[in-house]
Design a binder for this molecule. Structure first.
Ligand SMILES: *Cc1c(COP(=O)(O)O)cnc(C)c1O
Length: 382
């Protein structure tokens, strides 16, 4: 098998603007530590997310850590976290000394169930054990259901942090992902909608919070000619070269999201009416980025299991992945409290992420679809 032939799940999608801006950063010698592209990327991304302020950091995980710390989350606190997510969402909670309490997904959106979150907050309010924060995730590019979530959080005075790592370019009732809650984060990891190789962004309408994050992200150096520190900081700042690449990527965000949505639509057309294949639902309240297209495979109806399809694709040099394994099933979080869990468990049991990168060509898309239809044992051919 030829490595050049391999179709990946969500590879980087670079163009001439990225190359030009990266070379500009290099040639101007603004290679490190900061530089003009960094501030420009922050302003441009804040604009896209519909927020006033942004600080660029080394990863989405770092941005989450900063957001939680700056909202006062600390030792012995608890934070509500969707169980159906990538581990970074829960890991960042533990970095503050707090621990996660997991909440199940809603069947209609796969994002965190707002009724369960509200009920958990109401119950905890009665016993004086409110969590220090609620983190929501714009799962696979679909916004969480923010109206009821924010209503419940505001009623109890609990801050909400939006993990929009997969949601750059999505909307909820016409408002952009990243504009919900006290702060939101984005990821520019290699597999996300846009990439800087590795990086992230913390955004908020709260200027003080973002300034404090900038301070903590640069080793919390106090203003003085010498090195003066009055709190523990981190080395979390993004560099000017990756920021330049990010600006080139952001120029093409609209095309990238449109391509991922077109790929999702093509999969839906190809598998429409095929027994045993269903899709992650797109909630009527918004527009998803379709960061990854996820299907559920019913083995009895389709004639092959999720893992059979995945290994068959792999044998044909196509990368597919199971849906996120819920956090409450992860050995590392075995002792964490959990509300519900059945919906996320069902999604994990039969969910499969198909190649969804914005650089996927129509010919490659056809190859993925044709290959799914040659899985041994299936009941319906193309
Ligand atoms: C990718 C991702 C993160 C972490 O982002 P990094 O930039 O890789 O640290 C956090 N949350 C979710 C939901 C993600 O998909």
């Amino acid at each position: 098998m030829d490595a050049a032939d391999r179709i990946y799940l969500s590879p980087p999608d670079m163009g001439p603007d990225e190359r030009r801006l990266m070379l500009d950063a290099f040639d101007s010698n603004w290679v490190a530590p900061i530089g003009p592209h960094l501030g420009a990327l922050e302003a441009e991304l804040a604009d896209v997310a519909g927020v006033a302020h942004a600080v660029a950091v080394s990863s989405g995980t770092a941005a989450l850590h900063l957001a939680l710390r700056l909202l006062g989350v600390g030792r012995d606190d608890e934070v509500l976290v969707p169980t159906l997510t990538f581990v970074a969402t829960a890991n960042a909670v533990t970095y503050t000394g707090a621990s996660p309490v997991f909440v199940d997904a809603h069947r209609d959106s796969w994002t965190v169930d707002p009724a369960l979150v509200a009920d958990e907050l109401d119950t905890r309010a009665r016993t004086g054990r409110l969590p220090a924060a609620v983190v929501t995730v714009d799962l696979y590019g679909q916004c969480a259901d923010y109206d009821p979530l924010l209503e419940a959080c505001e009623r109890h005075g609990v801050p909400l942090v939006e993990d929009a790592a997969e949601g750059l370019g999505a909307t909820y009732k016409g408002r952009p992902a990243g504009s919900f809650g006290r702060a939101a984060i984005f990821s520019f990891n290699g597999n996300k909608i846009i990439t800087t190789g590795g990086g992230g962004m913390l955004v908020s309408d709260d200027a003080e919070l973002v300034e404090a994050a900038r301070h903590l992200a640069t080793q919390a150096r106090d203003p003085a000619p010498h090195y003066e520190h009055s709190t523990i900081g981190y080395n979390y700042r993004l560099g000017n070269v990756p920021a330049a690449i990010g600006r080139g990527q952001l120029m093409h965000l609209g095309e990238k999201v449109a391509r991922r949505r077109a790929i999702n639509a093509a999969y839906r057309r190809a598998f429409e009416g095929v027994p045993g294949i269903s899709f992650m639902p797109e909630a009527a309240y918004g527009s998803s980025t379709n960061w990854l297209t996820v299907v559920l495979v019913d083995p009895d109806e389709f004639g092959a299991s999720t893992s059979a399809v995945r290994t068959h694709l792999d044998r044909h040099n196509i990368e597919a992945r199971p849906a996120w394994k819920p956090m409450h099933l992860q050995p590392v979080f075995a002792d964490a409290p959990m509300r519900g869990g059945q919906v996320a468990e069902e999604i994990f049991a039969t969910g499969l992420c198909l190649p969804s990168g914005s650089s996927l060509t129509d010919a490659e898309l056809d190859r993925v679809i044709d290959t799914v239809f040659t899985t041994p044992g299936i009941t319906q051919q193309r």
